[in-house]
Design a protein around this ligand. Sequence first.
Ligand code: SF4
Length: 315
Amino acid sequence: MSGIPVGISTCLLGKEVRHDGGHKHSHYCTQVLSRHFEFRAICPELEAGLGVPRPAIHLREHDNGLRLIETRGTADHTPAMQTFIDRILPELADLRGYILMAKSPSCGMARIKVHNEEGRVTRRDGRGMFADALIRAYPLMPVEEEGRLNDDKLRENFIERVFAYDDWMQNVAGANLSAKALIEFHTRHKFQLLAHSERLYRQLGPMLSDLKSEPLADLADRYIQGFMEAMGRRVSRGSHVNAMQHLMGYLRDSMADEDRKVMIEQIEAYHRGEVPLVVPMTLLRMAQRREPVDYLSTQQYLTPYPDELGLRNRV
Ligand code: SF4
């Protein structure tokens, strides 16, 4: 089986494409995520024709906007980068996520230094030129910086979004769009939505109650924007507890008293930060496996990504 298509800055795969001929190998990407993602590697500077090694470049503010200029001198690589961006962006529509290298004037997602014409730093809120074009072109696509994947919660959130977006792209987007596909997507992600944002959960459900009120494609656009916005929200322990309690409501009748007691104890222990999410979640999955409830059998909240990623051991 091939993996989910995800873009990545080439230097993160250990390829020596940086301006100084080095790399920024991410073992997590090459050894763990590569088992599930099929990486599409892009080095914008190399592919824009800047070569390796090449002079270091930075973002410089000019009257006509931000430019990519060599740090020692005035050579302007903006036109070459723009030509590359215009060529490559249409080829990325199929990606379900993107992992970018931080601090780069091309790939950096945030907090990139911007210089004035004398080369002094004037602000630190820039975005790499390629990253900016990517995020503008594909606002729904989950995008994350590799360094931030060291944070357990950010990593779990990014990977969960990639899998959910992949579901959308495979089963609802484009030619697959139908009222049934849209409703089924919403149904299987209900508890995830509830955990991420109860407010958006309460908006998105009613949005689908009258599918004839506007063209289906427009409704689907509004829906997925709200959905991905919700999924980008971090989930607090309290929100997970709320979602798990809702889920447990469906299993209550099929559980023995003692099992129910243990489940409640472990949900509370999770709430207090004494056990990770995987503990109560495993109990819920066990109960569902023992006496399957139809409605829960498709719920992605129980298994939003492969267990072997171990993400719920750490949140
Ligand atoms: S950060 Fe981007 S432009 Fe720089 S070496 Fe890595 S892939 Fe290439």
